[in-house]
Structures are given as C-alpha cells and as structure tokens.
Design a binder for this molecule. Sequence first.
Ligand code: CA
Length: 238
Amino acid sequence: MDRETAAKPLVMIVEDEPSLVTMLRYNMEKEGFRVCEAMDGEEALTLLAERNPDLVVLDWMLPIMSGIEVCRQIRRKPRTRDLPVIMLTARGEEGDKVRGLNTGADDYLTKPFSLPELMARVRALLRRVRPSQNKGVLEYETIAMDLAAHRVTRGGRHVHLGPTEFRLLQFLLQHPGCVFSREELLNAVWGPDIYVEPRTVDVHIRRLRKALNGEEDADIIRTVRAAGYALDVEEAVA
Ligand code: CA
C-alpha cells in the first residue's frame, strides 16, 4: 500500500445484494475511497476487526445476523463505539428509521436511494468524525503528523520516520488509546494480502518508539502483554 492509498478512508459495505455491492464499490472507489465488503452480519463483524474501516454502510436486512444486531455490536465495543454507521433499509419498513437511529446508526437511507445523496452523507460523516484529518494534520498529545508535508513532530521537535513507521504511526494516531494486535496492525498497515511475520511489527514498533521518544519524553506507545500495542501514555508503575 503506498502512502496515498493508506491515507484514503476505508468504507465497509455490508449488503447481501451483489448488484448493489458492485454499484456501491464502483462509485466509492471512483470518489477516492477504499472499499471492503461483507455479505452477511457475521462476516461484517469479522471484517470489522480485521480491517478497521472508517465508516460502515450497513444494510438492515441481512442473512445470519441483522444490520440492527451488527450495529448494536459495533456500539458495544470501545474500539468501534464512535465508528460512523449509515443504515440502509427497504421502503415501507415502518418505524425502521426510528429503530435504526435508536440502535446507534448515525444516519439512515431508504432504498432505492440516490447515490449522490449517499456520497454526500458519507463525506459529511467522515468530516464530522475525522475533523483534524481533513486539515491534513493528525494530532495526539504533543505529536503532530502533517499528512500533506509527510512530516512528524513531537513537542515541536522534528521526528524522522521511515515509510513503514510513518504509516504505523498514522494508523495509531487515527485510533488513539485503542489496543491493536500484531495481526490487526499488519492488516491495517501492510494490507491483508501481504504476508509478513507478525514479529515484523515488533521491529517497526521499536524503530517508531526510538524515533518518537526523545530523552525527556514519556513512552507514547503502550505494549499490552499478549494483546498488542496502543498509542497511549504508559501508566506509571507503582
Ligand atoms: Ca438485504
């Protein structure tokens, strides 16, 4: 995944109607989004954990597990609690709008919907949840990443990073405080189709730490035993 690709928002489409999936994928990619797709509710939850999308377009009526249940589970988990969800439903499903919003969907569209309207709502939701990213700067504590200039500073000090460390930090800055396993980081930073030893993540985390943590700084990357890593201020050990 090159630098430009990694910066594109990832939209997950959960829909069991193949023609609609194809149409949505085509148009989303044309608009500059990356797309992943699931055909049922169970697959949606698996994919959610693997790919960490920036937004979900979720059909109401799905095999195995309904869109409502998927949405409930998304809201239940700390990591996906704030993930934007747009719910799709068929016309005439009375009261669905209210139920959908109660379940925690951020927005709602009735099929057949207009594509420009869906795209407008997708963009609006992404702007709302990723405000700093739209300015092209990601920030956490004293760390700032300027995506356009490809430049990182900590407390004003310039930090030199290799391309992999840059993408790794970018991903962590997009989800501060969240713990990711090595496999999740591999999927998100290297891509799901690339085979890399999970231990490779440790090597790059070590390099990232070394570059990021000056002599005066607290370690900003937390190692969670048997679980993975998080961008977090390490809790002081008593
Ligand atoms: Ca359906």
